[in-house]
Design a protein around this ligand. Structure first.
Ligand SMILES: CC(C)(COP(=O)(O)OP(=O)(O)OC[C@H]1O[C@@H](n2cnc3c(N)ncnc32)[C@H](O)[C@@H]1OP(=O)(O)O)[C@@H](O)C(=O)NCCC(=O)NCCS
Length: 434
């Protein structure tokens, strides 16, 4: 057993004990009430899920295992000379709750390297797909195709104790995560760079290897590390996390569960929003003859978008009520590395223009930018102008968080998810409508 897995195994008994105690001894304690508006409002705010991996404070933003984004960036170890922490170290933190040492990280880096070979049949399948297929469909299909590699399935079929489910879930998740950077980069080079895949370099860490296989020079390795870290987890109620958790609760293995979660990430109100932002920004630039607009022109463009019944992509959030710290982290990177980039300047102008307009319009509960308002700009700067691809990179990052969650779901014995539904007749009766 690797030191990493041993560390996880050590942590499980005390969590299990606490969960069993809460569910058995305090099973009747009421946590929340459900309102009619919430039943028809996407279940916003209902406290009915649990996770220890991350917590989203509406005012402060995400905390990973209690650490804010600036704290993670400062505390997680970095490769000598690197600006951003190892993705592997962040995964270690999410899974174990501890900030790793350099040697802990080396353990994970080496483990991923051993598991990273992508079987040929995955590439054959991707090549057989229609050239116009969205890269997200290709990515999700590749994850699903790998399902035959699941170690959970044969172990489950052979009969195993419920107490041990977490172990093959961990193995499947590690095997899957180790392959995602190559699958994603392959899709990029296959689809947009004339099928010129670049072989992985097993001596590189997760973020640097991805940058190498994309064929983009430093500091793209830094942005890859930052990007995967920032997109990893956002509590468990968002569509990709919740879907992964729900599907895994049926004891569908991590391949099925992640593929389903990624299908949710592909929606325009979720992960796909980062491609929408770039598309929308390009619309502004096209309209302005590829020049920066004036503040007045930009205000008009924002109002025109709203008046045509569309949302301003990259603004608003279901839970957050301030500027997303994931936006801020990317803005700080951009201020340092690409302060004169035209699109970055436009994004900065939008940061001034959009919030007051959304406030004036009076609909959005949060007028501030979310992570997607910035992600594409940096990618564009480093030459990744194929914005269809952005959600795939979001997916690589998101996999780190949602897979950590389902390993822990099995570790603490989370049940099959099965909420109750009611009919309109029943609700009218409850509401007292005659
Ligand atoms: C993220 C998002 C889906 C959250 O949805 P939500 O929880 O329903 O948000 P709210 O409760 O604030 O929505 C209330 C109203 O404000 C509108 N609104 C929210 N964000 C808006 C935005 N960026 N632009 C215009 N209108 C917006 C909603 O469409 C809704 O209108 P409706 O009452 O006519 O249906 C929403 O803010 C949005 O569509 N943003 C743009 C897409 C995006 O950036 N997604 C990525 C999220 S990480």
């Amino acid at each position: 057993m690797s030191k990493f897995k041993e560390k996880l195994a050590e942590k499980i008994p005390s969590y299990r004990e606490r969960v069993t105690r809460l569910a058995k001894e305090y099973g009747d304690v009421v946590i929340d009430q459900v309102k009619m508006s919430q039943m028809y409002g996407g279940m916003r705010g209902i406290k009915c899920l649990t996770t220890d991996i991350s917590y989203l404070d509406p005012e402060e933003g995400i905390r990973f295992r209690g650490y804010t984004i600036p704290e993670c960036l400062a505390k997680l170890p970095k490769k000598a000379g690197a600006e951003m922490p190892y993705v592997e170290g962040h995964f270690y933190l999410l899974l174990t709750g501890d900030i790793p040492t350099e040697s802990d990280i080396k353990d994970v880096v080496d483990d991923f390297a051993k598991r990273s070979k992508v079987p040929k049949y995955v590439f054959d399948m991707l090549r057989a797909m229609h050239k116009d297929t969205h890269p997200m469909t290709m990515f999700n299909a590749a994850v699903l195709a790998l399902q035959k590699e699941s170690e959970f399935v044969p172990k489950y079929n052979a009969g195993m104790s419920k107490m041990d489910y977490w172990d093959p879930f961990f193995e499947d998740s590690m095997n899957l995560l180790a392959k995602l950077p190559e699958i994603a980069a392959f899709i990029y080079r296959y689809k947009y760079k004339g099928d010129t895949a670049i072989d992985p370099d097993p001596s590189l860490d997760f973020g640097a290897n991805f940058a190498h296989m994309m064929g983009i020079k430093s500091p793209y390795d830094e942005i890859s590390r930052l990007y995967f870290l920032l997109h990893s987890d956002h509590e468990s109620g968002n569509v990709s996390a919740h879907t992964t958790h729900l599907v895994a609760s049926a004891l569908s293995d991590p391949y099925y569960a992640l593929s389903a979660g990624l299908d949710g990430l592909a929606g325009p109100l979720h992960g796909l929003a980062n491609q929408e932002v770039l598309r929308w920004i390009q619309g502004v630039m096209d309209k302005m003859g590829n020049e920066l607009p004036t503040m007045e022109d930009l205000k008009k463009f924002v109002w025109d978008t709203l008046k045509s019944g569309q949302v301003i992509p990259g603004y608003g959030h279901a839970v957050l009520r301030k500027t997303d710290p994931r936006y801020t982290a990317q803005r700080e990177f951009a201020l340092k590395h690409l302060p004169d980039d035209k699109i970055f300047k436009l994004v900065s102008m939008l940061y001034e223009v959009v919030p007051p307009i959304l406030v004036e319009q009076g609909k959005a509960k949060n007028p501030w930018p979310n992570v997607d308002a910035h992600s594409g700009v940096i990618q564009w700067h480093y030459g990744v102008t194929e914005y269809d691809f952005y959600t795939v990179m979001f997916g690589v990052g998101r996999a780190i968080g949602v897979l950590s969650n389902i390993i822990w779901d099995r570790a603490v014995g989370q049940a099959l998810e099965r909420p109750k539904s009611l009919t309109i007749d029943m609700l009218e009766k409850i509401a007292g409508i005659k």
